[in-house]
Design a protein around this ligand. Structure first.
Ligand SMILES: NC(=O)c1ccc[n+]([C@@H]2O[C@H](COP(=O)([O-])OP(=O)(O)OC[C@H]3O[C@@H](n4cnc5c(N)ncnc54)[C@H](OP(=O)(O)O)[C@@H]3O)[C@@H](O)[C@H]2O)c1
Length: 380
């Protein structure tokens, strides 16, 4: 086992009192692990939409100014004034962002469960992954099988658990089918595979013909395209056929959530035998779980009174769901990591590359199929 270096690089995200965002690559001391801890050399950590929320703090990446040197890249930007009050708790704090990762255990504390992990490839969650080494409790590591690489395990938590959680919510809340938006996403493709395997009807909502073709090639039965002139009609047909009354919406902005509720209500009314001026009594639910479109959510309320639009986040769901459900979901990730929950990456970059404006202009767009993986072990 190679000796642990005395220092390591971290990517810091700092918001100042005046609302300036400072991003920098910083050399910090690296401590030896405690008795029940291990040090993991991070070799693969994805850049997902939720990571950029923390990293860029709402600042517009197109306006970033390079302020570092080639050896020490840094960028500054400006957080919108309206966003600053919500960011108060992090003002002045140097945050290390990055939700999940995988890597190799290179140092371990004296406890047997920590020692047992030495040399193993493990997946991690819990944040602070955009750094070269991450120290965690031994018990918090998910040990990957001998055939899995760090890249295979980099996205073992957020998207695999969220996609499964959507089906769990459907069952727990008594719905019989699901609608999902931005459905050609990495997560959407996982959800499509789960629903096909589990026999759950899924209406995939995408925004281009290419995304329709991509999901159909992966066996999706219901795919509707917001760019189609007949979108409302096609959405109504798919929702009528499946009986979906639950949607997970990653877009969030604009009229999409409202259109989903409208189509659900119309589908229910089409077979109703009694009229009520309050609309159908069937509850229709949209969970906004992403913010791909930051514009206001517009609700036309043409769907009676039995509906809800709520925010939705994985972590509180896991806390509520209980051990049996969460255990089942984690086991499925472990056994289907390279099939149902496989993620594909088009680019592998270093920590310094994350601060390259040309690379940001690509990875911050979150285009379909263009997922970036960071390998902090790569030379800058
Ligand atoms: N709440 C939670 O707990 C939770 C957990 C995990 C993930 N998420 C959310 O899940 C979503 C998907 O994550 P991912 O990692 O799978 O994403 P991803 O692979 O990076 O894919 C993003 C997708 O969104 C589409 N898109 C981008 N902007 C859009 C817009 N304004 N309107 C419609 N579609 C748009 C892209 O299509 P184009 O190619 O057309 O741009 C692409 O298909 C994200 O919003 C993320 O924040 C939430």
């Amino acid at each position: 086992m190679t000796a642990l270096p005395k220092t390591q690089q971290q990517l810091h995200s700092l918001v100042t009192d005046s609302g300036e965002l400072q991003l920098s690559l910083v050399e910090v001391p690296l401590a030896a692990p405690g008795a029940d801890e291990v040090v993991v050399r991070v070799e693969a950590t994805p850049i997902n939409p939720s990571d950029l929320g923390g990293l860029f703090a709402g600042a517009s990446w197109a306006d970033f100014t390079p302020t570092g040197t080639p050896g020490h890249p840094a960028l500054t930007g400006q957080v919108p004034a309206a966003a600053l009050p919500a960011l108060r708790p992090r003002v002045g704090e140097r945050l290390v962002v990055g939700n999940e990762s995988a890597g190799v255990v290179v140092a371990a504390g004296s406890n047997p469960e920590a020692q047992h992990l030495l040399g193993k490839t493990v997946a991690l969650t819990g944040g602070e992954m955009y750094q070269q080494y991450r120290t965690v409790k031994a018990n918090d590591c998910l040990v990957l099988d001998a055939h899995s690489t760090p890249a295979d395990g980099a996205s073992s938590y957020v998207n695999p658990l969220t996609s499964q959680a959507m089906v769990e919510v459907m069952r727990l809340e008594g719905h019989k089918a699901l609608v999902h938006t931005a459905a050609a996403s990495n997560l959407g493709q996982m959800l499509n595979r789960i629903c096909i395997a589990d026999g759950v009807d899924l209406v995939n909502v995408v925004r281009s013909p290419e995304q329709v073709a991509l999901l159909r090639a992966q066996g999706a039965k219901w795919v509707v395209d917001t760019s189609s002139a007949d979108f409302d009609v096609e959405l109504f047909a798919a929702i009528s056929a499946t009986g979906a009354t639950l949607a997970f919406d990653a877009v969030g902005g604009g009229e999409l959530a409202s259109k989903l509720l409208t189509a659900m209500e119309r589908a229910i009314s089409a077979t109703a035998t009694e009229y009520s001026r309050y609309g159908s009594a069937t509850h229709k639910q949209v969970y906004i779980y992403g913010g791909l479109d930051r514009s206001p959510t517009i609700l036309h309320r043409a769907y009676g009174m039995s509906w809800g639009v709520n925010g939705w986040l994985l972590t509180p769901f896991l806390e509520r769901a209980g051990e049996e459900i969460v255990g089942r979901m984690r086991n499925r990730v472990a056994t289907e990591l390279r099939t149902t929950f496989a993620s594909h990456y088009t680019d592998v970059i270093s920590l310094a590359d994350m601060l390259d404006p040309e690379k940001i202009a690509v990875y911050a767009k979150f285009a379909t199929g263009r997922k970036f993986l960071v390998n902090p072990a790569l030379a800058n």
